[in-house]
Design a protein around this ligand. Structure first.
Ligand code: FAD
Length: 289
């Protein structure tokens, strides 16, 4: 199918883009177009105008600043994945990005586009929730910072208002004594996850002093696995504590049966992926110590 008629504008600055969005509530920002254009072709989305963000230099680029990685919304996913300073600051990012679609799509797809699109099965939103990241949203005359856990509201629904632009994503660097892992199960390489889990495990004297777990694909939004985290805190990342964490993860798989998988299968996946990612993250925490 072809999209419905739409206007096209390519502003040079964030201010100009915000003015255009404020003047037409049916206008939508265009980033890499890897999700928006297919939804327009299927006529799931029919924006009156596309506000192309490509010419806005201020939205491009990324930098490691102390213990935060600041990523401009229009940074291409592949650029972030390949950056060595980012890999050193938080190697989880490249591991997660390696599971997003295919290289050709990551060459065009942007970090901000994936976060704003907020597919419940997408990997980057899951990583942002797991790491405790934030997004910066700008509107004419104002800016706010939103924690990832408050940003994602539902499948393809965020706290962003129609007059706001996501301008930056902030990802914490990996804390000391911490290991990381992301794993997913998908029908084919490059597909969205049937289920995926991100794990960050901090070890002190052999026990978990901090644990952060988040899952994608199993619920209506990327979800923190708080009960599974609690089962591991203060315990070694194995044996009975790991079994309790894996069991607790099942209850977070609430997505209804669909053509890809049943709820029960997703419950099994969430459980198995918690086991695998916590074990891998703990191994890496020991290696880093
Ligand atoms: C075949 C295929 C397979 C894929 N597989 C996966 C996968 O496995 N995992 C995965 O996570 N993704 C997958 N994707 C999606 C891909 O990662 C996209 O790049 C991403 O979802 C959207 O990024 P984009 O830059 O292309 O955004 P666009 O498609 O341009 O925009 C997406 C949405 O975000 C809004 N938006 C974009 N930027 C901003 C901004 N700065 N402020 C406010 N709103 C904004 C747009 O208006 C639109 O609603 C796949 C895509 C394809 C085509």
């Amino acid at each position: 199918m072809k999209p419905a008629l739409f206007a096209y504008v390519a502003p040079q600055s964030v201010e100009e883009a915000l003015e255009l969005l404020a003047s037409d509530e049916m206008a939508r920002p265009l980033a890499g177009g890897q999700s928006l254009i297919p939804t327009m072709n299927f006529r799931i989305a029919a924006p009156s105008a596309l506000v192309d963000l490509r010419r806005i230099g201020a939205l491009n680029g990324h930098a490691v600043e102390g213990d935060v990685i600041r990523v401009g919304a229009m940074t291409r996913q592949r650029d972030l994945e390949r950056d060595e300073a980012v890999q050193r600051a938080n190697p989880l990012i490249a591991e997660v990005l390696g599971n997003v679609a295919h290289i050709v799509i990551r060459n065009r797809g942007t970090v901000g586009g994936s976060i704003a699109h907020a597919d419940a099965a997408a990997e980057l939103p899951c990583m942002l929730v797991a790491t405790g990241g934030t997004v910066v949203a700008r509107r004419a005359g104002g800016e706010r910072t939103i924690a990832a856990e408050d940003f994602f509201l539902f499948h393809m629904t965020t706290a962003l208002e129609a007059v706001e632009l996501l301008t930056e994503v902030r990802i914490p660097a990996l804390p000391p004594h911490t290991g990381y892992a992301f794993q997913e199960v998908a029908r084919r390489h490059g597909d969205y996850a049937l289920a995926g889990v991100c794990a960050l495990v901090t070890l002190k004297d052999g026990v978990c002093s901090a644990v952060r777990l988040a899952a994608c694909g199993v619920a209506s939004k990327p979800t923190r696995l708080a009960e599974a985290e609690a089962a591991l805190l203060g315990a070694p990342p194995e044996g009975e504590a790991l079994a309790r964490a894996a069991e607790a993860a099942r209850d977070y798989a609430t997505a209804a049966d669909d053509r890809q998988a049943s709820t029960d299968y997703r419950r099994d996946l969430a459980s198995a992926l918690v086991r695998r990612t916590v074990t891998k993250a703990a191994d890496r925490a020991r290696e880093r110590a």
